[in-house]
Every structure is written in structure tokens, then in C-alpha cells.
Design a protein around this ligand. Structure first.
Ligand SMILES: Nc1nc2c(ncn2[C@@H]2O[C@H](COP(=O)(O)OP(=O)(O)OP(=O)(O)O)[C@@H](O)[C@H]2O)c(=O)[nH]1
Ligand SMILES: [Mg+2]
Ligand SMILES: [Zn+2]
Length: 353
């Protein structure tokens, strides 16, 4: 255990974890310490580590054994979370901004949808942001905005280079709570934060290769204060978010499906997968239906490669060219490690190491 410092020690203050680095975390205190100290570098108490309690960026924690002159302390407890986003790992999230570039790398509706789906699964409000708007003609940008409006979103088109849309984005990010900025690598997430807060001076790097992919420049999640009470998390980009594993729950992560169900009432079958079943309220005449189908297919493949834990509610099987729910007991438990390895493999595109 770390020895308690002899002098300048005070006990039990609350703070917010703003970054994690190896065995340390940065904690921003809720009130200023002696001499205005606001940030402490913390280890975690052994009993906390032994209890298996994880610490995430966004966690409210109690710190003890504060060594003010050294700016060091130890995290003794993690306060209950209101929510936990799995990837990027951030606790107590109030909203999610999904950033996808309109060009460099080229916008991919399936990839964008996967990000939106995983964001929707968190149950927090989701704002799509279309970046690098300076690289497309204004009419093409407007077409993309209309398209996303048709999906049920109110997107913002922005360009860190010209300042387009930045004031509207600032308004969103200034709302109280933690906003997570997520999206593929190289879409300009850190550049947007630099444009909003130049003092941050976050590292950015040019995209590369035939597909103009990002180079995984941001390596860690970090929280920054944008306005009093308003924090923004810059996060490392990744390319292929993992879809929620329950196929029957996938539809509800599409605002178009929710709107159709609200309009028409529930489908005849409670486990309807909205693939043209009898008396399906959703139907197939919506723009993202092929993407929804693709996601169901991908879910099937994910389940085949890394079978779902037996506690999962359902899997899928193919019957007559359609996917159907399947009882989960047939799937073996898979380790978190193999899931993570699978995600890393999926993220490594051609030319990426
Ligand atoms: N043309 C144009 N280029 C931009 C814009 N925003 C960012 N870029 C460029 O895109 C590249 C990637 O930007 P980053 O901010 O590093 O992207 P990121 O999303 O943070 O990437 P990761 O940290 O890898 O996830 C850099 O070369 C930026 O200069 C923009 O609005 N227009
Ligand atoms: Mg970045
Ligand atoms: Zn249906």
C-alpha cells in the first residue's frame, strides 16, 4: 500500500475521473483544494481493486490520502453510476455525439448506422454530426442532412476548418452533463474540440491510404470542461461498433421503427423481426430497411464467430432466406477476451496495423 504522506493530508473529497492512464487516473475535484488545486493524480485503494470495482472516465469517486503538495491521492470508492457506455468506456453519460465524415474517409451509411445503433442502445439522446462539410458541395451536404432527417435525426453538418456549424455544436455541448464524442478514426473528433477550445491543442493526424482512414491518433478517453457543468469526452476512433446481441431488440434502436410502431401499434408477433412478417407494423418500405437487414445478417455472423453467453435472450437462425429468433441455450458462453480480440480484428482494416 502507498504510505500516507506525513503532512498536508486531508481525507474524503469527491471528484470526477477525467482520464485513465495505466494504473493512474486523473480526478477533478468538485471543489478547489488548498491553493486552488483542482486536479489530482490518483492510484486506487487496494481494497477497491480487490473488490473488482472498475473505474471509468466519467465516474464520480471519493479520494482519500490526499498529498496536496504532490497533487497525489488514492481513489477509495466509486459512486453509483447512472449509466455506463461500453465502448468508448465512459460512465454517467448524458448524450452521445456520433461524428462521421462526409469525405476522407468517405461516409458509409452502414458504419454510421452501426454507431447510431450502439449509441441508441445506451438510452441517452443521440446527435449525429456530419464532419468535413467543406469537402462536399453544399447541395450534397444538404442531401445528407435530409437523409438523416428521414431516419429520425436532427443532424449537424460541421467543418472544423471553416467553422461551419461550430456554434450550433457548441450550443449542444454546453448542455449540462457529459457528452461523449465518438466515431471512426480520422473523422475529425479531436479537430472539432480544438476548434471549439483552441487551448486544448489535442493531437490530430492526417488520414492515410487509399481509403483515407484515420491513424488512431487519440489513444485514451479524456474529459474536458466546455462550460460550467458541461463536459465533453474526446475518444479514440474505431471502425466497427459491436451491435447489441439481441436481434429482437435491434429494431427499437432505429427511430424509424419506433415511429412506425407508435403510429401503427405493435406487430402481430411480439418477437417480429420486421422482415415482411404477417401484420408487421413496420413494413419494409423505409430507407434504412436494407441496412437493418444487413445488421441482422451481421448479428448472425457475429453470433456464429463468437457465440452469445447463454444468458442472452436469443440468437438467430436462417429459415427460408429469413432470419428467425432462436433460443439462446444453443449458444456457448464466450469469453470477454475473445470478444475483444474479435473487435480488434474487425477494426483493423486493410493497411492498418
Ligand atoms: N478538410 C477537413 N479536414 C478536417 C476537418 N476536420 C479534421 N480534418 C482533418 O482530418 C484529419 C483527422 O482529424 P482528427 O481530429 O485527428 O480525427 P479524429 O477523429 O480525432 O481521429 P482519431 O483520434 O484517430 O479517432 C486531420 O488531418 C484533420 O486536419 C474538416 O472539417 N475539414
Ligand atoms: Mg482524435
Ligand atoms: Zn414487425
Amino acid at each position: 500500500m502507498r504510505p500516507e504522506p506525513a503532512g498536508g493530508v486531508s481525507e474524503g473529497l469527491n471528484g470526477l475521473v477525467t482520464a485513465l492512464q495505466a494504473n493512474y487516473c486523473s480526478v477533478a475535484l468538485e471543489g478547489p483544494g488548498p491553493g486552488g488545486a483542482g486536479q489530482l493524480l490518483c492510484t486506487r485503494r487496494t481494497r477497491l481493486a480487490k473488490s473488482g470495482q472498475s473505474i471509468c472516465v466519467g465516474d464520480r469517486v471519493r479520494v482519500e490520502g490526499i498529498d496536496w503538495p504532490a497533487g497525489r491521492a488514492a481513489v477509495a470508492a466509486v459512486h453509483p453510476r447512472s449509466s455506463l457506455l461500453e465502448r468508448p468506456a465512459v460512465a454517467n453519460v448524458s448524450r452521445i455525439v456520433v461524428v462521421v465524415a462526409l469525405a476522407e474517409p468517405v461516409a458509409d451509411p452502414l458504419q454510421l448506422s452501426r454507431f447510431l445503433i450502439t449509441a441508441e442502445a445506451s438510452g441517452t439522446p443521440v446527435l449525429p454530426v456530419l464532419s468535413k462539410a467543406d469537402l462536399l458541395p453544399a447541395t450534397a451536404v444538404a442531401d445528407w442532412c435530409r437523409r438523416l432527417q428521414g431516419w429520425g435525426y436532427a443532424p449537424l453538418a460541421v467543418a472544423a476548418t471553416t467553422g461551419q456549424g461550430l456554434e450550433a455544436l457548441r450550443q449542444e455541448l454546453q448542455q449540462p452533463g457529459i457528452t461523449v464524442i465518438c466515431g471512426p478514426s480520422g473523422v475529425g473528433k479531436s479537430s472539432l474540440l480544438n476548434a471549439l477550445l483552441p487551448a486544448l491543442d489535442l493531437r490530430v493526424a492526417a488520414v492515410s491510404g487509399r481509403l483515407q482512414r484515420g491513424r488512431h491518433t487519440t489513444r485514451h478517453v479524456e474529459l474536458f470542461g466546455l462550460a460550467p457543468g458541461a463536459l465533453v469526452a474526446d475518444t479514440p476512433g474505431f471502425n466497427r461498433p459491436r451491435l447489441p446481441r439481441d436481434p429482437a431488440a435491434l429494431g427499437a434502436l432505429f427511430p424509424e421503427v419506433l415511429a412506425a410502431l407508435a403510429r401503427q401499434g405493435p406487430c402481430r408477433f411480439s418477437d417480429c423481426l420486421h422482415q415482411g412478417e404477417p401484420d408487421c407494423s413496420v413494413g419494409t418500405a423505409w430507407e434504412r430497411w436494407p441496412l437493418y437487414r444487413q445488421c441482422l445478417d451481421d448479428l448472425q455472423q457475429d453470433l456464429e464467430r463468437a457465440p452469445a453467453p447463454s444468458s442472452d435472450p436469443a440468437g438467430l437462425r436462417r429459415r427460408g432466406g429469413r432470419l428467425e429468433p432462436l433460443l439462446a441455450a444453443r449458444y456457448r458462453r464466450s469469453s470477454r477476451r475473445s470478444q475483444r480480440q474479435q473487435e480488434e480484428r474487425e477494426d483493423r482494416g486493410p493497411g492498418q496495423s
